[in-house]
Design a protein around this ligand. Structure first.
Ligand code: URP
Ligand code: ZN
Ligand code: ZN
Length: 459
């Protein structure tokens, strides 16, 4: 069915305009004044609301075997939560461990999403070892439409790669025209610090941050950037959390290294005092890199406002209370991760735009357009333009609400952002022209989401 959105206040990353948007065959076919629609078209009046391109979360975990358990969402629950929050595309980390075969892992991750996601999706393919068959396997995965890799400098012996494997991965990525995303922490130093703290009887969640201080993230960021510089590969630091890592990344950018930076909602809005609560309350806020001293939040917001930080993701990674308690005797056993897929856009709008730190354009850029450009989805995604997929968010800036696990849709019994106020939420969310969400309720088609094939070599 065609769709006509009348009186739209259209906000793109580089423009703002008023008009009607007409959608046929899943794409935007016309933008203009007083557009006419056939009698069978669905007509939505967007007067008084903002209309954004569908938001893109560049960093989520849905299926994830990790730390002796599995993250709690399925693509069904995760995608519905994403859509209710205005995210119409997510990029999932495909994370087979070092013990697994990469190609088998890729097929497994794909099978979990296939037919189950209500929003569109793609994957960053993790390279967790580099052996004789790895190049051929990665070439096959890229030919299947995956144009970005992921490496972990942390999580030794599980996801983590050594420097030789990092070099080989970046060299291949450079040849293929694939961008490499990286979790930057020094695995060896984290392991040594963890061991020393545990030996001193420092076992609670409040010791997670001291086991991964700023210096280990700065070292990982600097090392990743140095390897990019030598190989000429393009890179993207995920979930950058602190001043020293930002300094390392900015120094590399100013040397001409092709490097982009992501921050995630927990580091922008929470701080280490949340993980210092006693028992499971603290454990709920254990993620890596850890929540930092609150002074880093302003550093990140300022860098985001200035465009030094390019994108905002969630690192959505839900483990419930029972799973968090796996770490009751040692913080090293607490499954790392905080959910947030549903809250990202509303929190960024409330604490970024409404508080005056982000312009509307920077907000759209950081939460949608930049990810589309960096990961080979633009202009199909990330903009409201003729020819683009009709992923649209009609946003109600008059909404007031409070975040609560009692009302969220992710499959997790707590929210890392419990009790926070939001001032705005999507009234309507469409995926390729079909209304999937109305006023906080999923009203659409489960399984509508498609895997987005991406071409490498767009750098
Ligand atoms: O704590 C986190 N971030 N959990 C998910 C895995 C990762 O490192 O992104
Ligand atoms: Zn990570
Ligand atoms: Zn992650």
């Amino acid at each position: 069915m065609p769709l006509l959105i009348r009186n739209a206040d259209i906000v793109n990353a580089e423009s703002r305009s008023r008009g009607d948007i007409y959608v046929e065959n899943e794409t935007i076919s016309r933008i203009g004044q007083n557009l006419q629609a056939p009698p069978d078209a669905e007509v939505i009046d967007a007067t008084g609301k903002l209309v954004f391109p569908g938001f893109i979360d560049p960093h989520v975990h849905i299926y994830l075997p990790f730390m002796a358990t599995f993250a709690k969402d399925t693509h069904e629950t995760g995608s519905i939560a994403a859509l209710i929050g205005g995210t119409t595309t997510y990029i999932e980390m495909c994370c087979p461990s070092r013990m697994d075969d990469a190609l088998d892992g890729y097929r497994l991750w794909k099978s979990k999403a296939d037919g189950n996601s209500a929003c569109d999706y793609t994957f960053h393919m993790s390279v967790t070892k580099f052996e004789a068959r790895t190049e051929a396997q990665l070439r096959e995965i890229v030919a299947d439409g995956i144009a970005s890799f992921k490496v972990f400098l942390a999580y030794k012996n599980f996801f983590g790669i050594d420097d030789g494997e990092l070099y080989q991965t970046l060299q291949l990525a450079r040849k293929l025209g694939v961008i490499v995303t990286a979790h930057c922490e020094n695995a060896e130093l984290v392991g040594r610090l963890q061991q020393s703290l545990i030996e001193q009887g420092k076992t609670g969640p409040e010791w997670h941050e001291p086991s991964r201080p700023e210096s280990v993230e700065a070292e990982g960021t600097h090392r990743f950037a140095t390897f990019l510089e030598i190989t000429g590969c393009a890179g993207y630091v995920v979930h950058l959390s602190c001043q020293r890592a930002l300094d390392a990344a900015m120094a590399a950018k100013s040397r001409g290294v092709r490097l982009w930076i992501e921050s995630v909602l927990p580091h922008l809005l929470l701080d280490k005092s949340y993980a210092e609560h006693r028992g499971v309350e603290g454990m709920k806020h254990v993620m890596s890199p850890p929540l930092r001293h609150h002074r880093h939040r302003k550093v990140l917001w300022d860098a985001l406002g200035a465009g030094f930080i390019d994108t905002v993701g969630t690192d959505h990674c839900p483990f419930d209370t029972a799973q968090k308690l796996l770490g009751k005797d040692a913080f090293t056993q607490i499954p790392n991760g905080i959910p947030g897929i549903e809250e990202r856009v509303n929190l960024l709008y409330t604490y970024g735009v409404k508080s005056g730190v982000l312009t509307l354009q920077r907000f759209v850029d950081a939460a949608s357009t930049q990810a589309a450009k960096l990961f080979g989805l633009f202009p199909r995604k990330g903009t409201i333009a003729v020819g683009s997929d009709a992923d649209l968010v009609i946003y109600d800036t008059g909404y007031h609400g409070t975040i609560s696990a009692a009302t969220h849709h992710t499959n997790c019994d707590y929210s890392g952002f419990q009790g926070m106020i939001i001032e705005g939420r999507p009234a309507i969310v469409t995926v390729r022209g079909k209304v999937q969400v109305r006023d906080g309720k999923f009203v659409g088609e489960r399984g509508r989401g498609r895997m987005l094939r991406r071409e490498p070599g767009y750098f």
